[in-house]
Design a protein around this ligand. Structure first.
Ligand SMILES: [Zn+2]
Length: 249
């Protein structure tokens, strides 16, 4: 028995069972599929262990947004999130206002880890699902995800992600355009705006068809900003895209 197999074989019964599946596999293909599942199990355990360590670290309690008193710990509460590895579970401290203000449960660790209060799915999984949905129907995207990464999802979840990311990107673009229209941006903001527009275009290109009105609007904003900053070389490919869209109309 190799050192690695020995370590894994001492793990929980469910992991041992999966290890046996790999060992008993009658073809390389079956062996790889079983090993993939085993790998996901072990990675879930690893991530959960690290999250448990993080949760034990001292919590810096923020002040209540309503009364300003420092929040107090109400103990550990379980949190879970679905990601490309499977479902990750861990416990972290939650706090409440000592004066009883209605601000809900606050989990500083969630914020540190960039998780939104009611987020149930991790970003990388949403990104894969949304990207697949650009090319195939939502139902097929869900099936492909099950086949490729072994994670079961409903087609309506993927539909929901695409709608949400589209809406967020749209709100964000409108804010950017408003700020641009309001006058000259300072140098740092221009750099930031370009980086954001670039990122937004990458998202739009994944989520929307090439001739979608939001894409055209974004291409216009982005190219205008680049021209304003005399970055004509960078603006040209965007202007070419706009021209080709106008031609195909
Ligand atoms: Zn309060």
């Amino acid at each position: 028995m190799t050192a690695l197999i020995k370590i894994i074989s001492e793990e929980e019964p469910i992991v041992q069972k999966q290890l046996e599946e790999v060992e008993k596999a009658t073809s390389v293909c079956k062996m790889i599929m079983a090993a993939w599942k085993l790998g996901q199990m072990l990675m879930v355990m690893l991530v959960e262990e690290i999250l448990a360590q993080r949760a034990k670290e001292k919590t810096q309690w923020p002040n209540c947004e309503k009364c300003g008193n420092q929040l107090q710990s109400k103990g550990f509460v379980e949190r879970q999130i679905l990601c490309i590895l499977g479902t990750i579970r861990w416990k972290r401290r939650i706090g409440r206002c000592p004066k009883g203000c209605h601000i809900g449960q606050i989990a500083p660790l969630d914020e540190q880890l960039a998780i939104a209060p009611h987020q149930q799915t991790s970003m990388e999984l949403k990104k894969i699902g949304s990207s697949l949905a650009v090319f195939v129907a939502y139902e097929t995207a869900a099936n492909l995800m099950k086949q490729i990464i072994g994670i079961e999802l409903s087609s309506s979840s993927i539909w929901q992600w695409v709608q949400t990311s589209g809406k967020q990107a749209k709100q964000w673009i409108e804010k950017e355009m408003l700020e641009m229209a309001q006058g000259q941006m300072p140098k740092e903001e221009q750099i930031e705006a370009i980086a954001c527009l670039q990122e937004a275009l990458a998202i739009y290109d994944q989520v929307f068809p090439a001739n979608h009105p939001w894409v055209t609007k974004l291409l216009n904003t982005y190219s205008q900003l680049l021209l304003k900053l005399n970055r004509n070389n960078e603006a040209q490919p965007l202007l070419d895209r706009i021209a080709s869209l106008n031609l195909s109309d």
